[in-house]
Design a protein around this ligand. Structure first.
Ligand code: PEP
Ligand code: MG
Length: 824
């Protein structure tokens, strides 16, 4: 039996049997059998039922390849019918037998026959009446009597569980946990061990770690005279270990408790995992029904993997392999600084932890468009539907007006690790008008910045100070093991000193992309940038640049000092003008005020600057060539900051990168100017620093001409955001509008701004890398688009012999882990 054929649970049960644990008779159905079942081809029911004897009572549980991928809920008491009732009543008592039968009718009606749960809820009736009412209800709702034949019952159970696995929500949820599209489901049919009746009988769960922290601790619960699923409810449960607050299993059945502890140890060392054991005691005899990997938080996941390796149960490499990189995101959540000033606009249910800030968007398409522009957004919806999943993926946080902890938004938010607040019912939303309104009539428009605190349920105006995520010892240990095996570098995209600090905390090896124009997104600073863009004459512009120079010098000095000698790659300005200019009348009015110009002049000037297609217009190196003094100011700021760092005993060698290159002459011209300014600063400061020059390969032509370009550059960094945009001819800003339709109809397998298109864009990367290296074998190759932290992109870059990937600081740990896993 293999987990790839029958699923993890079936495989595990087989191992428990081999370890001589008392497991009831079990039959496993393979993925193939279940798939056929979903399509209507039923398995050989006679063969399945043969080992169980006449009038069996059975349970069916899901057995997916990886238990984390979930599956339909277990169904118990299959086989209960009118004939069985008196026989069972003799064994366990009339009320108990009726209760058990009632449960089965209810479960079958709701989960198998898909009838309305409310029609089977009889809170005020005793078991006998409720059973009668449930059977009547079944007949009325389903137009047929409740099935009596065990073969029919089991057939329908198997079919409904097989179909549930095929549902859209189940598929999306498991895919978010890394399951492939065609992941299979196995099913396990097991003889029911009765946990009600004579002697000590009951059912429980036990495991041996704290599932939040991962530290050793006996946890779980036990209930006398109850069926398995009751054991999950805490009411009436016994403690497991001796406890001053009440009776414990250890008191009433010490031998059985000791057996459980022994089985737990055995499972940990022989199954090499922390297992949760589900057990039944039937008249003082222990049965082990099942063991599944303990569900655990990401923090516990890391802790357990490291502890198992440290105890010699698994090798370190396996510990590295056991932690899915995507699960780290939960550990890396920022929190709103508890000491920060908070402007809470509304509260809802804290549905997925962490806090995130972004601009309001009201549709999934807008969220995708924001992500493609590299902008953070918060998706605000009345409630989310499966159609929204890509938008949720693209958003930094999700806020809904309706819904609870198990609403679509909450479940998906947790699955994706996206901070989420749901059920903020005091909020009003007007999609057409493009605004939301909080209590007190406070209105926020699309594009306004808010913060969602999924840990507390608060929604705040603006961007309060955040506390960075803390990395515990186990996390650091695991990543140090990952670093020991990884063979590709991981740097961070960091624009500000704060980002750089995060990057360093996450042990990025350097900064792979500092988007210098982002240093001016800040509310106070954007004004200077706008002044520069608006400068009417060269003299005016020079005056603004003189003010910009010290700001930039300080910025770069701060980056050098935080990164403590690690490489810092600074990209010269790449400013699509529309990103820096106000887009509505009130913004234009503010600007007119700030520049002390009449509104009409501002409007006229903006018309003069407006471009039909700003992403293909006056941006990147084109500004640098057309208005040389801008890049000259930046170069001087970088070199002066370098000289200052040297003065402080830190001999840094900055890396300067030119954006949006499409012709080798652009590189040649900029290089000449940078060399000249470097020489001037060396002369003026007496510091003999060096710098590295590189090019961002983000136009198809730059990739094709990488051979020429490499003559003048030390490194080539592939900017796959623009390269994707230009390879597809697909606007980063507008693709969200039709991306869902495209993916749904299979035109693209995925949004290429999220998943690197290995076929097309990948080919340009491969051509660029090869041609660059033909000219210069030691040219350093890297990727710095949003794809840089994703596993497929890292795998591709490794295969192409790239030196490093660069990704947003929060993705650095996952990228380090992915890179290590790819070598193992
Ligand atoms: C890119 O285009 O991939 C890139 C990193 O630059 P930006 O996202 O700033 O355009
Ligand atoms: Mg770019």
């Amino acid at each position: 039996m293999s987990p790839d054929v029958h699923g993890g649970r079936a495989k595990c049960l087989q191992r428990l049997i081999r370890l001589d644990m008392p497991v009831p008779t079990t039959v496993a159905l393979s993925f193939d059998a279940v798939l056929r079942c979903a399509k209507g081809q039923l398995p050989d029911m006679k063969a399945i039922l043969a080992p169980f004897g006449p009038q069996p009572l059975l349970s069916v549980r899901p057995s997916s390849q990886d238990p984390d991928w979930g599956g339909p809920g277990a169904i118990l008491n299959i086989g209960m019918n009118d004939a069985c009732l008196p026989l069972l009543a003799d064994r366990i008592g009339q009320t108990e037998a009726e209760t058990l039968y009632l449960r089965f009718v209810q479960t079958y009606a709701v989960s198998v026959a898909r009838l309305d749960p409310e029609a089977f809820d009889f809170p005020h009736l005793g078991p006998a009446d409720a059973l009668r009412a449930a059977r009547d209800s079944y007949e009325a709702e389903a137009d047929e009597p409740f099935p009596q034949d065990v073969t029919t019952q089991l057939t329908e159970v198997l079919r409904s569980m097989a179909r549930a696995w095929d549902g859209t929500t189940a598929r999306l949820l498991r895919e978010a946990k890394g399951a492939p599209g065609d992941a299979g489901l196995g099913l396990v049919v097991q003889e029911l061990a009765l946990s009600v009746g004579k002697g000590e009988s009951g059912t429980g769960l036990i495991h041996f770690i704290n599932e939040d922290t991962g530290v050793p601790q006996v946890r779980g619960r036990y209930r006398s005279q109850s069926q398995q699923r009751d054991a999950r409810a805490s009411e009436g449960a016994l403690y497991l270990t001796k406890d001053p607050r009440g009776p414990a299993l250890e008191d009433i059945a010490p031998d059985i408790f000791a057996q459980l502890i022994r089985f737990g140890d055995l499972a940990r060392t022989r199954l090499r995992e922390e297992m949760q054991i589900e057990f039944t005691i039937e008249n003082n005899t222990l049965h082990i029904l099942d063991a599944v990997r303990v569900q655990r938080s990401s923090r516990a996941l890391v802790q357990v993997a490291v502890a198992l390796a440290q105890d010699g149960v698994i090798p370190r490499e396996e510990a590295v392999m056991r932690v899915p990189p995507s699960s780290l995101s939960e550990l890396l959540h920022r929190q709103v600084d508890p000491t920060a000033a908070r402007d809470v606009i509304v509260r809802g249910i804290a549905a997925s932890p962490g806090a995130a800030t972004g601009r309001i968007v009201l549709s999934a398409n807008e969220a995708q468009a924001s992500a493609a522009r590299g902008e953070s957004c918060v998706l605000v919806r009345r409630e989310t539907t499966p159609e929204d999943i890509r938008g949720m993926h693209a958003a930094q946080a999700v806020l809904t007006i309706r819904g609870g902890m198990t609403s679509h938004a909450a479940v998906i938010g947790r699955g994706l690790g996206v901070p989420c607040v749901v059920g903020a019912s005091d909020l009003m939303i007007d999609r057409k008008g493009g605004w939301i309104e909080a209590p007190g009539g406070r209105r926020f428009n699309v594009g306004d910045t808010i913060t969602v605190d999924g840990t507390t349920g608060a929604v705040l105006a603006g961007a309060p100070d955040m506390l960075e995520a803390a990395l515990d010892d186990a996390f650091q240990t695991l990543l140090s093991w990952a670093d020991a095996v990884r063979d590709i570098g991981v740097r961070a995209n960091a624009d500000t000193p704060k980002d750089a600090q995060t990057a360093k905390n996450f042990m990025a090896e350097g900064i792979g992309l500092c988007r210098t124009e982002h240093m001016f997104f800040d509310g106070d600073r954007i004004g200077v940038m706008r002044e520069m863009i608006f400068a009417g004459t060269a003299d005016d512009r020079r005056a603004v640049l003189d003010r910009l120079l010290p700001m930039q010098r300080d910025d770069f000095e701060a980056l050098f000092s935080i990164m403590e000698g690690r490489p810092v790659c600074i990209r010269l300005f790449d400013m699509p003008l529309h990103e820096f200019l106000p887009y509505d009348k009130s913004g234009q009015r503010d600007l007119a005020e700030q520049l002390d110009l009449p509104l009409s002049t501002v409007v006229e000037r903006m018309q003069g600057l407006s471009e039909y297609n700003p992403m293909l217009g006056m941006r990147g190196v084109r500004q640098g060539i057309a208005i040389p003094e801008i890049y000259e100011m930046q170069a001087r700021a970088i070199f002066e900051a370098t000289a200052r760092a040297w003065g402080r005993g830190m001999p840094v060698q900055p890396e300067i990168m030119i954006p949006l290159i499409s012709a080798v002459r652009e590189v040649e011209l900029i290089k000449l100017r940078l060399d000249k300014i470097a020489a001037e600063v060396r002369g003026a400061t007496g510091v003999d620093f060096k710098f590295k020059l590189g090019v961002m390969v983000e136009t198809p032509r730059a990739a094709l001409r990488a051979g020429d370009i490499a003559q003048f550059t030390d490194f080539l960094s592939f900017g796959t955001n623009d390269l994707t945009q230009m390879t597809y001819g697909l606007s980063r800003d507008d693709a969200g509008r039709f991306m869902s339709a495209y993916v749904k109809q299979g035109v693209y397998p995925e949004d290429p701004f999220h998943s690197l298109d290995l076929d097309g864009v990948g080919e340009l990367l491969a051509i660029g890398a090869m041609r660059g290296r033909q000219t210069r074998s030691d040219v350093v190759l890297s990727i710095c688009g949003e794809h840089g932290g994703t596993r497929p992109a890292i795998a591709f870059c490794r295969a192409q012999g790239f030196d490093y990937v660069s990704c947003s600081p929060f993705r650095v740990p996952a990228a380090r882990l992915s890179a290590a896993q790819l070598t193992l």
